[in-house]
Design a protein around this ligand. Structure first.
Ligand SMILES: Nc1ncnc2c1ncn2[C@@H]1O[C@H](COP(=O)(O)OP(=O)(O)OP(=O)(O)O)[C@@H](O)[C@H]1O
Ligand SMILES: [Mg+2]
Length: 473
């Protein structure tokens, strides 16, 4: 096989089938690669562009405004630059472009532009912003009626007796009547939003909006518009729209995953927090705002700073009140309390009457690491309650079919499971139980077959099954 021919065919296939625009010029500014996606973005047929001088094809560009020529002459890359094109149908196309000089050894031999079409994402996000606007307005209108219930948390919803949690609740309660910024750090599912909402709804801003925005889910260029709003005719916005800073005026803005926000936007945010006013993108007016900021992160903020994901100056500004929520595995005492809380919640929803969880399950819960924290615990309980037979009083291991991984550690025959703090029969039974369970599983609960394989009588097996798996409490 001719390797070069293969590579060339592969490259052509990739170029013409991806939906990212690619445009390459050589050192004489002649286009040597121009794929179909780029043609769609710029409204041109590749044949109009290929093998022609760049400025000849794009007469509106010049040496200064062309990013490709800039990359060629300045020998420096330009990352994620927002661009607008008007396509052949007169539609505005929004892209995010990265332009790179191409080096062979130390010599620049060309430049490459990669264009991501974000028009669709932008349209979606605008729709979302409109919907969020409407939601905020209707939430305000329904404030005094019970017609529409939007999930709102308050301090009484934060369950737990763990010392650290109680202390955090105290700090958060005191914080709720101030306007100081709050930084909440905790793994996923530890209750960051729960704390943020409690601070808002438990304090003197409770009658004003609470708006949450995730900073990781949305490209930077859109996020800026969402935060600060856009003015008609502005660079990225076709219509005038207020940003969430304006919408949340007098209330609280929760900025989730602040460490995912670009450095440039972090610095804009800092300026807004220091100066107390915003300016819409493309706008000229300074709009004063009174918004309390609560920011969250699931990475240690000091580590984020070290890795360059969080600006130090913004960190100092946000870190006026700092809440570090411990992961669930570090507050084992709360596992049972939370489990019972969720059992009560789903007893009501599922119309069940479960009293609690079996000790053996609880033991496995203590050993499990709960990477999804309280959210995971809630989901696990909900799913077990759906699986448990109707006469079940205490949730048993077999009810956790969909989350059997929880028991992996505690059920393995490995010695490390055993703390060796119990009498010998306990461990022997534990091993017997595990072997029976595995054989039953293998034989799809066929008792005769399992008994035969284990070399015991059918009645003996039945007796043991009753003992180990059908223990009534
Ligand atoms: N202490 C708690 N008491 C009761 N419910 C809790 C507690 N902590 C978390 N929860 C519940 O767990 C779920 C996850 O909480 P939350 O959304 O606040 O987590 P988060 O830290 O914001 O997670 P993520 O980082 O994934 O956004 C929610 O349903 C919340 O009600
Ligand atoms: Mg959250």
């Amino acid at each position: 096989m001719d390797k070069n021919a293969f590579n060339n065919a592969l490259l052509q296939n990739i170029l013409h089938n991806i939906d990212i625009g690619i445009h390459v010029i050589d050192e004489n500014r002649k286009t040597i690669v121009y794929n179909d996606a780029m043609g769609r973005i710029e409204g041109l047929d590749p044949t109009q562009v290929l093998n022609r001088d760049l400025l000849e094809v794009f007469p509106s560009l010049d040496e200064n405004s062309s990013t490709l020529i800039n990359a060629l002459t300045e020998k420096k890359p330009i990352f994620n630059k927002a661009q607008i094109y008007i396509n052949s149908k007169g539609k505005k196309i929004f892209t995010v472009n990265t332009t790179l000089p191409i080096f062979i050894k130390d010599k620049v031999v060309g430049a490459l532009e990669i264009a991501k079409d974000i028009t669709y994402v932008k349209e979606l996000s605008e729709k979302l912003m409109d919907l969020q606007n409407e939601l905020n307005i209707s939430a305000q209108a329904n404030k005094h009626s019970n017609k529409k219930k939007i999930k709102k948390y308050s301090f009484i919803d934060i369950i737990g007796e763990d010392e650290k949690i109680l202390e955090l609740k105290e700090i958060a309660k005191r914080a709720s009547n101030t306007s100081s910024s709050v930084l909440i750090y905790g793994e996923t599912g530890t209750g960051k939003e729960l704390f943020a909402q409690s601070i808002h709804y438990g304090g003197n801003r409770k009658d004003k909006p609470f708006i949450a925005q995730n900073c990781a889910a949305i490209p930077e260029t859109l996020l800026e518009g969402i935060l600060f709003g856009t003015e008609k005719g502005g660079f990225t916005g076709a219509v005038a729209r207020e940003g969430i800073f304006e919408q949340a005026d007098g209330g609280t803005l929760l900025l989730d995953e602040i460490n995912s926000m670009s450095e440039a936007l972090q610095s804009k945010l800092l300026r807004v927090l220091q100066e107390g006013y915003i300016r819409r993108i493309g706008g000229l007016k300074d709009i004063p705002i009174d918004v309390r900021i609560i920011a969250t992160t699931n990475e240690d903020p000091l580590l984020s700073i070290k890795k360059g994901r969080l600006r130090k100056d913004l960190y100092y500004r946000l870190n006026v009140i700092y809440l570090k929520i411990p992961p669930l595995r570090d507050r084992k005492g709360d596992i049972e309390i939370l489990s019972n809380h969720f059992i009560n919640k789903y007893n009501y929803i599922l119309n069940r009457n479960i009293l609690g969880i079996d000790d053996r399950v609880l033991e496995a819960f203590y050993k499990y690491s709960w990477p999804g924290n309280v959210r995971e615990l809630e989901n696990v309980i909900e799913s077990a309650m759906n699986c448990a037979p109707l006469n079940r009083k205490y949730l048993e291991k077999e009810d956790f079919i969909t989350n059997a991984n929880i028991f992996n550690d505690s059920n393995s025959l490995n010695a490390n499971v055993f703390n060796l703090d119990k009498p010998l029969p306990y461990y022997l039974e534990e091993i017997e139980r595990k072997i029976i369970l595995e054989k039953l599983k293998k034989n799809q609960n066929n008792i005769s077959k399992t008994a035969k394989e284990l070399g015991i009588k059918r009645q003996t097996l039945q007796h043991k099954i009753k003992k180990y798996f059908k223990r009534a409490k």
